[in-house]
Design a protein around this ligand. Structure first.
Ligand code: ATP
Ligand code: MG
Length: 350
C-alpha cells in the first residue's frame, strides 16, 4: 500500500528545509522499501499569491484524505498588509483537521549537550515528549470578559476531551519508555482533580505504563534540574503551552525541534516548531534538522517505521558530531551540505 503524504512547503525558509527533508526521506525510503506518494498543495503565503486565500478548499480535502501531512513554516513580512494573513490558514487547518493534541519532543543527545544552556551531566540523555491538549481549557472556556474593575477567564474540560488526550499520551508511552507524568495543579484546581480522576479510569487499559503526578510548578523546576525523569508529560492547554517553550530552551537550538499534532480521526500533522525565519531566507543557512526530525517523527508515529526513523536520527547525530552544522549551531555549513552529509551517513548505515 502506498502511503500518501501531503506536503505544504511553506514560505521563506519553508521550501528550503522541506526540500532538504524530502531528500532525506527519499534516501532512507530506498533502504527500507517504504512506498509513498507526495502530494504537494498550496498553503499560507504561497496560496495567497496563487489563489487569494491561505487555505484553499482543495488543500483541506487533500490533507484530510492523506495518511500524514508535512508542513514546514508559513507567513512573513511579504503578507503583512495582505487582506488575508497566512497565519489564519494555520488556525483553520488545525480546526478542519480536528487536531486536538500537540506533541513536542525534547531530546539532548551527547552530541547536542554542548548547545544546551544547562550543565552537561544534568541534561545529556534527556528524551521526553510533552503531550499538550490543544482545543479546550482556559484559552477557549466561556464565560470570558473584561470590565473596568474585573475580568474573567474560564477553564472547562469535558470527559471526552480528557479521555482522548489521555489515551494519546498512553499510546505514545507504549511506543517509548512506558512512563506518563500527569502535570497539573491538583492542589487548587477542580479541572486538575477531574483530569486525575479520568486518567485513573483509563490507566487500567495500559497495565504496562507507569503513571506519576506532578504539580506544574514542580515540573517547571524539574525540567531544568532533573529532565531525565520524564518520558511522556501529559498536560492541559495552558500548562503545555508554557512548558513546551521551556523544554525547547534546554536543548539550546530552535532549528532542531519538530512537533506533531494529532487528528481526531484523520491524519497527524508534522512540522518544526519555529517560524519561517524571513531574516535568513535565501541565504542557504537554514538548519534543515527541524524538518528532518519532523519526518522522522512521522515515520515513527504514523507509519510505525521505527528502524527507518532510528537510522535518520543516528545520521543526524553523526552529522552534528562531525560538526557538519549550520550557523545557528555554531557551524558554517550550508543547508544543502548538511543535508548531503546526513544522507551520506544514512547510506553508510544500510
Ligand atoms: P513565528 O512568529 O512564525 O513563530 P518567530 O518570530 O518566532 O516566528 P522564527 O521564524 O521562529 O521567528 O525564528 C526565530 C529566530 O530563529 C530567527 O532569527 C530565525 O532566523 C531563527 N531560526 C528559526 N528557524 C531556524 C532554522 N531552521 N535554522 C536557522 N535559524 C532558524
Ligand atoms: Mg515564534
Amino acid at each position: 500500500m502506498t502511503n500518501r503524504i501531503v506536503v505544504l512547503k511553506g514560505d521563506y525558509i519553508g521550501p528550503e528545509i522541506m526540500a532538504a527533508g524530502l531528500k532525506v526521506l527519499r534516501a532512507a525510503a530506498e533502504h527500507f522499501d517504504f512506498d509513498y506518494d507526495l502530494i504537494e498543495e498550496p498553503f499560507g503565503g504561497e496560496a495567497i499569491d496563487k489563489v487569494g486565500e491561505p487555505l484553499p478548499q482543495t488543500t483541506v480535502e487533500a490533507a484530510k484524505n492523506a495518511d500524514a501531512v508535512l508542513l514546514s513554516a508559513i507567513g512573513g513580512p511579504k503578507w503583512d498588509n495582505a487582506p488575508k494573513r497566512p497565519e489564519a490558514g494555520l488556525l483553520s487547518i488545525r480546526k478542519q483537521m480536528g487536531l486536538y493534541a500537540n506533541i513536542r519532543p525534547t531530546r539532548v543527545t551527547k552530541q547536542l549537550k554542548q548547545y544546551s544552556p544547562i550543565e552537561n551531566e544534568i541534561v545529556s540523555g534527556t528524551d521526553f515528549v510533552i503531550v499538550r491538549e490543544l482545543t479546550s481549557g482556559i484559552y477557549f472556556g466561556e464565560p470570558r470578559w473584561q470590565k473596568a474593575d474585573s475580568a474573567i477567564d474560564t477553564t472547562v474540560y469535558r470527559r471526552n476531551e480528557v479521555q482522548r488526550i489521555a489515551r494519546t499520551a498512553f499510546d505514545m508511552a507504549m511506543k517509548r519508555r512506558k512512563h506518563v507524568t500527569v502535570v497539573d495543579k491538583a492542589n487548587v484546581l477542580a479541572t486538575s482533580k477531574f483530569w486525575r480522576q479520568i486518567v485513573g479510569e483509563i490507566q487500567p487499559e495500559y497495565p504496562d505504563v507507569t503513571v506519576d503526578y506532578m504539580y506544574v510548578d514542580a515540573t517547571a523546576m524539574n525540567i531544568v534540574s532533573h529532565p531525565k525523569h520524564f518520558d511522556v508529560i501529559l498536560t492541559d492547554n495552558m500548562f503545555g503551552d508554557i512548558l513546551s517553550d521551556q523544554a525547547a530552551a534546554i536543548t539550546g537550538s530552535l532549528g532542531m525541534i519538530p512537533s506533531m499534532s494529532v487528528g481526531q480521526s484523520g491524519p497527524n500533522l508534522y512540522e518544526p516548531i519555529h517560524g519561517s525565519a524571513p531574516d535568513i531566507a535565501g541565504k542557504h543557512i537554514a538548519n534543515p534538522i527541524s524538518m528532518i526530525n519532523s519526518i522522522s517523527m512521522m515515520l515513527r508515529y504514523t507509519f510505525d517505521q521505527f528502524k527507518m526513523a532510528d537510522v535518520i536520527d543516528r545520521a543526524v547525530s553523526q552529522t552534528i558530531e562531525d560538526h557538519f552544522i549550520t550557523r545557528d549551531l555554531g557551524g558554517d555549513e550550508t543547508t544543502e551540505a548538511t543535508t548531503k552529509h546526513i544522507i551520506k551517513s544514512i547510506n553508510r548505515q544500510e
